[in-house]
Write a protein that binds this ligand. Structure first.
Ligand code: MN
Length: 431
């Protein structure tokens, strides 16, 4: 056998699968039939049931305990185990699911190990103690800053501080329930007094989510050199945003009710190990930008701490759905548009002694590119609602309307590597 050929799986749909080949093996929490939530692994168009596999005795030795912990109804304890345990489980899964697995026969003869993914209900994979949303997409910061401050789009702290605000963990979901249009206070143009009513400028934000693994003690900062040890994995994240509510409420303390009504994530946790082949050098800062302060600067992180992941936003309106049309791409972007690395986000978050815990979730902030076709929000695409976007049905959008479904996708591709993806992050607007 040619050593350069990628390892295949006996789960036929995994081979050539755009998201979940054998090289990905993301973890999630699912339920199937009348069985309660449990840990599983995406492989092709199937979910490998960790609880059933543990019970049937397919994990031996030290990895059995890891698989048992990963098979629970939330992944917090698994995240807390850290990289060594995670890698041990990954190797065992890869060996079990490989085409040449010695256990292939007994795996295939065991009922209830693989469930069709389209029959599974996906859950938020961990109990999220805290959710923090960053603002590291430099082009989004520039595009939005330009709308509000044409002469001074980027405030001076941006190139020193990984900016963030504390989000709301209680409204995180995987998109299985519709996003109800929020009501709130808005200030109409030219008015001095706000009115109360439904949001008229509902938007999405294209972001990556970062799952925190082992935490830190309060008062003990995470050094930049160790930050990657604290990252368990990644997902897609849609930070639904009520722009009119946001515009009125955000000063001086930042977003509040304009964001806290809903955040949708993709359900599968793509591990740091699966993403290792798609690491990249952090793009050089433009000439004249300051270097990060020493506590945020690590040569190894600068050399390989960025991610090269293609990101996509699509829109499927109610009318498009009724007419059987495909979702329409609104934007194509990339995680290389992050001005700060994920390690810098982790270190900065903890540098004051703030305690991070297993299952905490970070959003990166909207990851737009600099050009049209790369904007990760309607706010940017429509220049603040001034221009409309025309869809293939002839429908026009400035902001989201009832029945609109927003779909985020991510794809990792590199010469000589098997491509992997994240599965979709989907949510439908209601009202
Ligand atoms: Mn955001």
């Amino acid at each position: 056998m040619n050593a350069s050929l990628p390892r295949l799986s006996w789960v036929a749909s995994a081979n050539g699968h755009p998201d979940f080949p054998l090289q990905n093996l993301p973890l999630g929490v699912f339920s199937h039939g009348d069985q309660g939530p449990r840990g599983g692994v995406a492989i092709g168009d199937r979910v490998f049931d960790l609880q059933a596999a543990v019970q049937a005795g397919f994990f031996q030795g030290a990895v059995r305990e890891v698989a048992t912990i990963a098979s629970r109804d939330r992944l917090n304890d698994f995240f807390a185990l850290g990289a060594t345990a995670r890698q041990r489980l990954r190797h065992a899964l890869s060996d079990l699911l490989a085409e040449d697995s010695p256990q292939r026969g007994s795996l295939q003869a065991t009922a209830g190990l693989l469930h069709p993914m389209d029959e599974c209900r996906m859950h938020v994979p961990a109990q999220v103690g805290d959710y923090t949303d960053f603002y590291v997409g430099i082009h989004h910061a520039m595009n939005v800053g330009r709308l509000f401050r044409p002469d001074n789009p980027l405030l001076p702290n941006y190139k020193y501080v990984p900016i963030a605000y504390h989000g709301r963990a209680s409204t995180l979901g995987t998109g299985d329930t519709p996003i109800k249009r929020p009501h709130g206070q808005t200030l109409a143009a030219g008015e001095e007094v706000p009115t109360f009513g439904p949001c008229k400028r509902l938007d999405y934000e294209l972001e990556m989510g970062v799952w925190i693994g082992p935490g830190n003690e309060q008062g003990q900062a995470i050094a930049i050199e160790r930050a990657s040890d604290h990252i368990a994995g990644f997902c897609l994240l849609n930070d639904w945003s009520a722009r009119d509510i946001q515009a009125w409420e955000y000063q001086p303390l930042g977003p509040f009710l304009s964001k806290s009504f809903a955040t949708t994530i993709s359900a599968w946790v793509v591990t740091a190990e699966a993403l290792a082949p798609f690491r990249s050098a952090q793009p050089l800062r433009p000439e004249g930008d300051p270097q990060p302060l020493p506590y945020l600067l690590d040569p190894l992180d600068q050399a390989s701490g960025a991610l090269d992941i293609e990101l996509e936003v699509l829109l499927l309106t109610g009318q498009m759905k009724a007419r059987g049309m495909a979702a329409h791409r609104l934007a194509l972007s990339n995680t290389l548009n992050m001005y700060w690395t994920v390690a810098q986000m982790v270190t900065h978050h903890s540098i004051n002694g703030c305690k991070l815990q297993p299952g905490d979730l970070f959003g990166t902030g909207t990851l737009s590119g600099p050009q049209a076709g790369q904007f990760g929000s309607l706010l940017e695409m429509t220049a603040g609602g001034k221009q409309s976007v025309t869809l293939p049905t002839g429908e026009e959008r400035r902001f989201l309307e009832h029945g609109d479904e927003v779909i985020l996708r991510a794809r990792c591709q590199r010469e000589g590597q098997v491509s992997i993806g994240f599965g979709e992050c989907r949510g439908v607007v209601q009202g």
